[in-house]
Design a protein around this ligand. Structure first.
Ligand code: ZN
Length: 296
């Protein structure tokens, strides 16, 4: 017979028994020092106004940090300032954050079509419009990040996802215009364009190129952040990644090195293409999921 070895939990997952006082509660914690603290339900005895002031300072200073750092800084003095409930919610927030680091990455795995010439782009858009069976496509755009105040580089890439297996990446930088068939596809009110913050993106597209976006905004787009709030009955300021985490328990690659890379340089790297396609793909999947939730 073999003896079973108990699995060692990492520190941050450990559940510590708080020294028994008037309450006897398990408090999840990341700090071994919790064991040493006598808890008096957040109201320490012999409380001086000095202690109150100190706590106020500790709480305001640490609230500027994430739950992560807030918790790692916990020592006896800090812990005494928090009630049992507050410590529970901080521990839960930290736990959630740690768990999020282990979320799998949502990646586009279908066919990626990269087009850097306006004739190709026109042909592809015509094909999409004529053969499209759905009624929405995932939409996103990329441009290089500039550090000149008040200035933005023009939109370099427009990416469309027409289904879980197909994404198109149109490299506008090399076309130097919005090809007419792409313009037509964007304005086609039978095919909704869905994306997070898509209205701002479209206004940028109008500033950068010769295109009128008002009809698209009016008839042919869905902002996923607003739609999510409607369906989920929330009032969040959703990001693409936030929605992926909430709806799919996955995350997307937001590596700043790729996000802030040079999107106007031809040709795009494979990493850039995958990043761009994934943003349009997850927009597609988010809308599909929200539609399903809305039906139920
Ligand atoms: Zn993007």
């Amino acid at each position: 017979m073999t003896s079973r070895k108990r699995r060692q939990l990492p520190d941050w997952m450990a559940v510590c028994k708080v020294q028994k006082t008037d309450t006897d509660q398990d408090v999840p914690c990341s700090s071994a020092s919790v064991n040493d603290v006598a808890v008096t339900s957040g109201n320490s005895s012999g409380n001086s106004s000095n202690q109150d002031e100190n706590c106020k300072k500790i709480k305001t200073t640490s609230s500027a940090d994430g739950a992560d750092t807030k918790f790692s800084k916990f020592d006896n003095t800090v812990l005494k300032c928090y009630s049992k409930e507050e410590r529970h919610s901080l521990a839960a927030a930290e736990f959630q954050k740690k768990m999020d680091d282990f979320l799998p990455e949502m990646l586009f795995t279908g066919t990626l079509t990269y087009s850097s010439h306006k004739n190709d782009c026109n042909a592809l858009c015509e094909e999409i419009e004529s053969s499209f069976v759905g009624d929405f496509i995932g939409f996103d755009m990329e441009w290089p990040v500039t550090y000149r105040p008040g200035q933005q580089d023009p939109t370099a890439v427009v990416q469309l996802c027409t289904g879980p297996q197909q994404c198109y990446i149109f490299h506008l930088s090399t076309m130097e215009c919005i090809p007419p068939q792409l313009n037509r596809l964007l304005k086609n009110s039978n095919i909704k364009k869905v994306g997070v913050g898509i209205e701002c993106d479209l206004w940028k597209l109008e500033r950068d190129y010769d295109i009128q976006v008002q009809p698209i905004i009016k008839n042919s787009m869905v902002d996923l952040a607003l739609f999510a709030n409607k369906v989920l009955k929330t009032t969040e300021n959703w990001s693409l990644d936030g929605l992926v985490r909430h709806l799919f328990k996955q995350k997307i690659n937001k590596n700043p090195e790729i996000r802030k890379s040079n999107w106007s340089q031809y040709p795009l790297s494979e990493t850039q293409k995958m990043y761009a396609a994934t943003d349009a793909y997850v927009s597609y999947e988010i809308y599909q999921r929200l539609l399903n939730l809305d039906k139920n």
